[in-house]
Design a protein around this ligand. Sequence first.
Ligand code: ZN
Length: 198
Amino acid sequence: MQNFHKGSLEVICGSMFSGKSEELIRRIRRVEFAQLPVQVFKHSLDNRKTIEHINAHSGYNYPAIAAENAEAIENFLLPESMVIAIDEIQFFDKSIIDICMKLITLGKRVIVAGLDLDFRGIPFGCMPDLLSRADSITKLKAVCNQCGADAHHTQRLVSGKPADFNDPLILVGAQECYQARCRNCFEITYNSLAQVQA
Ligand code: ZN
């Protein structure tokens, strides 16, 4: 028998094109079948198509509240919601961790999806912390754009060339493009990890 007094944290991670949003939507639909009240959020920075939906690359989408920061999520939360889903969680700053933990303490099921590694291959913002605290982790693989192997890296290309290690971290909707790459095909010039900002 399920214990509804304690919440839980599920983290869905992986590179771009690995199906994270699709998996998140799949879980939300199951919650709906179970007729549990659910609220769905995404970061307002992710404006691929609309700021009111989670957009999976496969074409699936799902209505979501676009929040500009962790506090905005807290303001939108309804006490009756049993399940809270957050897409593109890597874009939120580390205060999102406290909010997730607070929700779990209140008995909520928290399901989040996000990039675990940035375009440099460095763990992304709040993700390492969330992964450590998670009850369950699903790491999805994409297909390498170069060789067809399983891919867990996100390759950023600027004018067709691998991006520089020192490029800014977040450039959603800019001119560059992204590919999924395996470890062998991933191209980045590593500088000292000491240069990586926390
Ligand atoms: Zn490859």
